[in-house]
Write a protein that binds this ligand. Structure first.
Ligand SMILES: NC(=O)c1ccc[n+]([C@@H]2O[C@H](COP(=O)([O-])OP(=O)(O)OC[C@H]3O[C@@H](n4cnc5c(N)ncnc54)[C@H](OP(=O)(O)O)[C@@H]3O)[C@@H](O)[C@H]2O)c1
Length: 253
């Protein structure tokens, strides 16, 4: 048996039209999984799925906004209908709509952050659980952030939601563990995606950030994709309730 093999597995990856989610979808598909690519924009998701099919891999696309329960239901139902019971769930899509101190945070914005970054993951996890429990095998990966491990004066609400994802992984690891469902977080540092444009598009900021990193570079989406493969495959079969930090060494400084 190849220890990173995902042949025959069915995976959902939210927010997989670009960035980290795209890399995760690609790497899961290249490891053999049938992958449902999803994001709010169907065309963008379809382009990723089409490219994977062009490599001879198994992938389809659907538009799904993780903040809408109907979309979440349709995402799970369509994946099941097209590919069969779900083995792997990656909750990757998230929002960070507010930059500023907690004193300026409105209830509406706070609710939106928690809704998109935490509640939507709870919806998805609960919906895929029966498939995984029936097989007594499953892997759930929540894409958190190293922001969930430290305080911030400017992205505090986002960091709070990312810390909540780590606690959600621990809770569900305990709840779902008896059915051999593993639930873990990946906690990336800065990765070169649209999401972190403010850091990598300003050369001065980027140089400053990179000079502090032991590996002297910010992350690439493909630094994350393979970690999801590890957590979803036999290689990660005894890891649960953890947050795997993937940050070029940022946290050890
Ligand atoms: N980049 C970093 O430095 C970094 C660091 C730590 C953690 N993270 C985490 O990594 C994850 C992915 O971030 P990224 O950097 O890859 O972002 P990104 O490049 O901006 O990509 C975000 C993806 O999510 C989709 N998306 C956004 N809102 C959505 C919604 N409401 N419903 C469904 N899909 C949605 C986007 O497509 P559509 O626009 O078509 O919906 C896109 O596919 C997030 O959880 C983020 O918090 C990122």
């Amino acid at each position: 048996m190849k220890i990173f093999d995902l042949q025959g597995k069915v995976a959902i990856v939210t927010g997989s039209s670009r960035g980290i989610g795209k890399s995760i979808a690609e790497q899961l598909a290249r490891a053999g999984a049938s992958v449902m690519v999803s994001s709010r924009k169907r065309d963008a998701a379809e382009a990723v799925a089409e490219a994977l099919r062009g490599e001879g891999l198994s992938a389809l696309a659907i538009a799904a906004n993780i903040s809408r329960l109907d979309d979440v239901d349709a995402l799970v139902a369509t994946t099941r209908k097209e590919f069969g019971p779900i083995d792997i769930l990656v909750c990757n899509a998230a929002s960070n709509p507010y930059y500023g101190p907690t004193t300026g945070l409105t209830d509406e914005v706070f609710a939106k952050v928690m809704h998109n970054n935490v509640l939507s993951a709870i919806w998805l996890c609960n919906r895929v659980r029966p498939d995984m429990a029936a097989k007594r095998d499953g892997a759930i990966v929540l894409v958190s952030s190293i922001g969930g491990l430290h305080g911030s004066a400017v992205i505090g609400a986002y960091n709070l939601s990312k810390a909540a994802d780590m606690q959600l992984a621990r809770n569900l690891a305990v709840e779902f563990g008896p059915d051999n469902i593993r639930v873990n977080c990946i906690a990336p540092g800065v990765v070169r995606t649209d999401f972190a444009r403010a850091i990598h598009e300003d050369p001065a900021v980027r140089v400053m950030v990179e000079s502090e990193l032991p590996l002297r570079r910010i992350g690439e989406p493909d630094d994350i994709g393979g970690i999801a493969v590890m957590l979803a495959s036999r290689a990660g079969a005894y890891i649960t309730g953890q947050a795997i930090v993937v940050d070029g060494g940022a946290r050890i400084r």
